[in-house]
Design a binder for this molecule. Sequence first.
Ligand SMILES: Cc1ncc(COP(=O)(O)O)c(C=O)c1O
Length: 413
Amino acid sequence: MSGFTFRDGQLTCDGAAVAAIARETGTPVYIYSAALIREAHAALDAAFAGYRHTIHFAMKANSTLAILRLLRGLGTGADANSGGEIEAALRAGFEPRQIVFTGVGKTRDELDHAVALGVKAINIESDSEADRIDALARARGVRARVALRVNPDIDANTHAHISTGQRFNKFGVPIEFAAPLLRRLAGKPGLDVVGLHVHLGSQMLDVEPLGSAAWALAVLTREVRDAGLRLEHLDLGGGLGIGYDGAAHGDPVAYAAAVLPAMRPTGLHLILEPGRFLAAPAGILVGRVADTKAYPGSPRFVILDTGMTELIRPMLYEAYHRIVAVAPREGPTEQYEIVGPLCETSDTLGHNRELGPVEVDDLVAVLDAGAYGFVMASNYNRRRMPAEVLVDEGRWRVIRKRQSYGDLFRNEE
Ligand SMILES: Cc1ncc(COP(=O)(O)O)c(C=O)c1O
């Protein structure tokens, strides 16, 4: 049985008892299902099977080395967003030619490193960045492989904080300026313009905007082909959403149906950069109940030993995550505020959640936490980064130890 399912009244991950893992590792702990990552990858890959494509996992969603190695083993490439993520990709065994490097505000050092490595493509964010890459490549006597990130001014119909493809967002070059820029870049001796890139936003359940973005790139491709560019690929970014509420889940088949009609006439290789779709459902965050309180006139609180330091999505994006007891107790349900231990009122993982009886020391799991979870963890309140566990074929192992207090103070005077 793959994934997170209840067996004999206990939450299990790919058959392993979550409570048994948490007892050994302590809490908070992230637990990932290798089977769910493989299944999500297979579903996406199969949906696009009729067209030449490569999946570059968006490392910003989860860059734990064991997770990256698992994905590399499935044949994915990597989408890195910083020098640190490039380093993580290399340490996980990706070849430079398997890495695309995206990101607004790349530093000169990061760009130079990417040029020296010879990554598959550096996704250019502006005229000015293009000129910097050209100069860095010429100084090294090489041609840098680049793709232009276009801002198509398309509404992704998602939360404003994870929407990136509209005119007022900081990302990419507005589409009407893309063709003249591409023609200019075609003459640069330090650049090989090999692709076009777009990323509209994240957690998209409606695939229509993704289709519109693909058409925008296809039209631009036709427009600039005469400029002597040797385009190899179109990179459609990530964005496919998941069913955080346990209902509507991103549909890879609908996604492929939305974008492939635009891709086909171009004949170019398709790159996808999914993050959330591959990793989010495959991870849970497990915490322990540290306290409970219920006073007349106030909500009933369940206070966990985990909160915004381990999973900031509910506070940052008003994101909804299902929260379940790892071993639910028999009895009437009540409405609870599920909160963390931090000195912040916003440190709330779930409002008005219906749970059965809850006692101190019970384990609670926050579902769909495998993407944008650990990667956004912080040491706020001097808390230590949590442990991470990977369950594979019923066996589990710690893939990242909990930070020690030694780790916490290592770099300080
Ligand atoms: C350029 C780029 N590619 C891919 C992704 C991954 O998006 P998602 O996790 O929604 O698939 C992001 C996320 O913000 C991104 O900025």
